[in-house]
Structures are given as C-alpha cells and as structure tokens.
Design a protein around this ligand. Structure first.
Ligand SMILES: NC(=O)c1ccc[n+]([C@@H]2O[C@H](COP(=O)([O-])OP(=O)(O)OC[C@H]3O[C@@H](n4cnc5c(N)ncnc54)[C@H](OP(=O)(O)O)[C@@H]3O)[C@@H](O)[C@H]2O)c1
Length: 347
C-alpha cells in the first residue's frame, strides 16, 4: 500500500478547527487504516488517564465504573483522542508497536516492542474498540484499541528490570522529578504541595538529593494520617498538614516548618483546582514556583501573584524535560522504599 507522508507534528490529522496543532484541536482523525510514512501505530494495552482528568470523570460519573468507561468511550468517539473536555488534559498509553512508517525505520524500534508514550493523550489519535477494565484506584483503563505517534512524538521502550504497570506509573509523571532535580540548588528550601501523590514523592526524593543536608524539603498533605508513612519514606525533612486550597493555612504551617523563612522553590503536585496561591504565597521574591498540576489556572496564578506583589518566576509544568524518562525510572532503581510503595500503590 502506498504510504502518505504526514506532517511532523501531526497536523495532517486535525479535523477541526483547521490550522491548529492536534492538542488544541477539538477533533482529530483516528482512522487507523491510513498509513503514513512518518507515523508509528501501536496496539494499546492500557491508558493511564491524567490524575486531574480521571478525578473529574470519576466525580462526574459518581464513581460508577461502567459510567466511567462509557464516558471515556464517548470522549474518544467524539474527539478522536482522550482529551477531557473539562480539564483539557489527557494522560499516556502503553502498547505494542504494530506499524512503523518507512521514514522512521532507522529508529531503535521494531514491531512488537512495548513502549510507553511520553506525549499526552490529549494530542494522540486513539481508537478504542472496547474497554476491558477500569482501575479506579490507579487511574488506569485497560483497552483494546490503537494509537498513533507522530514523527515528533516521544516514547520510551519499557524497561526490562521493572513491570509494565510500575514503569507506566512512574513515566506518567516523568516531567516532575526531573524538574525537581534541575530547579533547586544545594541548601535551598523546597515546598511540595500534594506531597503524598505520585509526582509529589518522586519530587521529594529528587529535591532532597539536590538540596543536600543544608537544605529543607517540606511536604504538604491534607490528611494527617499520611504523615508517619511519608516521614518513614525519607523523601521530606518535614511534612505539614494543611489543605492546598487554603493558602493562609498553608503559608502559616509552611513558614513554621522553615524557621519562619519564605521558600526558594515550591512545586505544586496536587490534582485539584484553586491551589495556585498556596504555591505562590510561601515563596520568596525571586523564588521559583513550579506548577506541575494540570488543574492550575494561568489566570489565577498570574493575577494572584500580581495581587500580592510577588516577583516570582512561575514555570508551567512542561511534561517533557531532557532525560526525564531515565531520571524518573532511575529513582525507582535507586530507592527501594519508593519502588515498593509504587509497586503496592500503583500496580
Ligand atoms: N505537567 C504534566 O506534564 C503532568 C503530567 C502528569 C500529571 N500531571 C498532573 O500533576 C498532578 C499530580 O499528579 P499525580 O499523578 O502525582 O497525582 P496524585 O498521585 O493523584 O496526587 C495528587 C495529590 O494531591 C493531593 N491533594 C488533593 N487535594 C489536596 C488538597 N486540597 N490539599 C493538599 N493536597 C491535596 C492528594 O491528596 P490525597 O491523598 O489526600 O487525595 C494527592 O496526594 C495532577 O494534576 C496531574 O494531572 C501533570
């Protein structure tokens, strides 16, 4: 069959509106019978739905698994991709390579390899034939279906030294720990909101390594029962209890845990809205606020920082940063406690 050449970024699959990239498109073409010379097609095994998106879908469906499955089928049928219309976010997939276009034959990849997509489902053409299982506790959905990776789409071959679910769970949030390694300096203080979550603990681990014994890494959780296990995990110097939707309470507890000083950096890893000010308020002028959470509002962050006269650098949590997959998988290789936690909680 003659192969068509598509656009490197996938714009050939945009149906509406024309002129935008696939992430911003309302609807994209998920016809898997079309063969482009610069695409990879995978038989999908599981979707890891982004936490903010899954939380929204689960709430909208009252927690009913069949309704969750129907809603996901509906979104994909309508849009050609798993992009939550409310949160705008997606997630990632793992699957087996089924087709590699002629132009991509020089890649270190062959049909049958298992890979994890490292680009968002919110821009990935996806066709679902059926949903096999909804795993509510880990935001995962097993399916029969296919997905497309464009020429620019990044992916990771699944490692052989860990199980698929383990690698998938970690790679889902790969951008966060890699940034938590990059942003702090030795001796910095770092505040992590959503400290008990998947990205939170990985960030805590990387930040602790980077700031060293003279630094201070403080986690924020809303549930006091999580504190002992988190301290035992050893990825925070201190863990404080406050709701990230209540900035004044977070500020007070956070300052107390940092000798009354404002923080050099905060990292927002929560999965709910209205946490912008809890991340901004405790940070010093010229400090850094890293918004990994997909529930972050640009407007609330920008106007909120302005409103309190804070000159902080705010970073949008780009899911990709150099070597992010390797850095994240290495956390699990380096730290047995974290690996055990991930195995028990997300696999
Ligand atoms: N930027 C990117 O590329 C990218 C990629 C993947 C994911 N994300 C986003 O990153 C965020 C975190 O993902 P994740 O997988 O780490 O999520 P997760 O494992 O579900 O963790 C989220 C944490 O936030 C906590 N939380 C919720 N509401 C809170 C509140 N009011 N106060 C304090 N803590 C609160 C939760 O606490 P409980 O344990 O009490 O529920 C949970 O521990 C999500 O928004 C996700 O969508 C971003």
């Amino acid at each position: 069959m003659e192969q068509l050449k598509g656009n490197k970024y996938g714009t050939h699959r945009v149906i509406e509106p024309k002129g935008v990239l696939t992430q911003a498109a309302w609807k994209i073409d998920n016809d898997m019978t079309k063969r482009y010379s610069n695409e990879i097609i995978c038989d999908v095994i599981s979707l890891n739905i982004d936490s903010a998106s899954f939380t929204q879908i689960e709430e909208a469906c009252g927690g009913d698994e069949q309704k969750i499955a129907d809603m996901i089928m509906g979104i994909v049928a309508e849009r050609g991709k798993q992009q939550n219309p409310v949160t705008g976010s997606g997630g990632m997939f793992i699957g087996k390579v089924a087709y590699i276009g002629e132009d991509l034959k020089d890649r270190d990849l062959k049909v049958g390899d298992k890979i994890a997509s490292l680009v968002s489902l919110s821009l990935t053409p996806l066709k679902i034939e059926k949903i096999l299982a909804v795993h509510k506790d880990i935001d995962r959905v097993d399916i029969v279906g296919q997905a497309v990776l464009f020429e620019s789409g990044i992916y990771a071959k699944l490692p052989e030294d860990m199980s698929e679910p383990l690698a998938l769970a970690a790679l889902d949030v790969a951008g966060a720990p890699a940034q938590a390694r990059k942003l702090p300096k030795e001796g910095d203080s770092v505040l992590i909101l959503g400290a008990n979550g998947k990205s939170g603990v990985l960030c805590g681990y990387e930040a602790m390594k980077k700031v060293g014994p003279n630094g201070n890494v403080v986690g924020v959780v809303r549930n006091p029962k999580q504190v002992p296990a988190l301290m035992e995990l050893g990825v925070y110097n201190k863990v404080i209890v406050a709701s990230a939707t209540e900035p004044v309470a977070v500020l007070e507890a956070a300052l107390e845990a940092n000798g009354g000083k404002e923080y050099d950096i905060s990292i927002c890893c929560v999965n709910v809205e209205n946490c912008e000010m809890s991340a901004i308020l405790p940070v010093r002028d010229d400090g850094i606020v890293y918004f990994f959470s997909m529930a972050t509002s640009f407007t609330k962050a920008a106007l909120g920082a302005e409103g309190i006269g804070k000159d902080v650098t705010m970073i949008i949590g780009n899911g990709y940063t150099k070597d992010h997959a390797e850095i994240t998988l290495n956390v699990l290789r380096e730290n047995e406690k974290l690996r055990k936690l991930f195995d028990e909680k997300y696999c």
